[in-house]
Design a binder for this molecule. Sequence first.
Ligand code: 13P
Ligand code: SF4
Length: 334
Amino acid sequence: MIIMDEKLDRVNRLGWLDVKVDPSIDIFAEINRLKKEKNAIILAHYYQDADIQDVADYIGDSLGLSQEAERTKASIIVFAGVHFMAETAKILNPDKKVVLPDLRAGCSLADSCPPKEFAAFKANHPDHIVISYINCSAEIKAMSDIICTSSNAIGIVNSLPADQKIIFAPDKNLGRYIIRKTGRDMVLWNGACMVHEIFSLEKITRLKAMHPNAKLISHPECETPILDISDFIGSTTGLLNFTKKSADTEFIVATETGILHQMIKNSPDKTFIPAPPNNACACNDCPHMKLNTLEKLYLCLKEELPELLMEEEIRLKALKPIKRMLQISKDLGL
Ligand code: 13P
Ligand code: SF4
């Protein structure tokens, strides 16, 4: 059992709700000063706010962030992303302090796979190997044989013998995409990401007609009909690299809008259009990712709270499939 002191417990439950940042400070300068003073590194996912991306030491997709977490020599990792990402960093770094701006930043996809139900599902397929997408809890990772991300999933599935039976969890959309790309017959857990399921096929089709030269680029967490009409499918890093290298100048982007910051920064003369959701809200902003703010990041670095803590037994079990993923990715040159 983890014993939390009162302050940690309060920040964990309430976030930084009742703490105000002095508006007169230069928050960017303060973050940079604290980073040096504490030998801390800020790892940020592309779905974070532009301000957070601008102050980060490393911005990446889930694979890049895991690789960076494995190689860092920093004493403190400030993880600007969601809980499962910070958890992965902690699994790889038991002796480092891992903090995140808001401990409540979860993930609808990770939540769609509760450990008890998944254990029963796994028990029904005893001769199957379990490949889990990194967007899952440490408990699910602990029940898995190999972890994958959207940038190495096809390579990892292809690295297994052709007759190997596979359970793929928790994202059914990514799972279906891998089946189509590899020809493997995988058993899929029925989970999905709330952001990538919201895109409207009708509105995207209309948008394509209005911008006939635009390329539709999509994340594999999107549903099959969207992927079917896409010109390119890839992880966030894959999508960003595609826009950098492509001779095309107009892109409809079917993933969370945070990635547009780096796309625009890298290719200021190109046009990026966020793919529209199937209703009037800003649903292609991930509400979990967007719980983190620059102010919370500053407070989290200053106070070293909230800290991600984990049971050692779960950590050790979850470490094995993550290490396996990192080794296969290295062998594949990823
Ligand atoms: P990648 O950045 O690995 O493509 O993952 C996208 C995502 O949904 C993260 O939550
Ligand atoms: Fe989870 Fe989707 Fe948000 Fe990524 S974008 S953190 S998969 S809910």
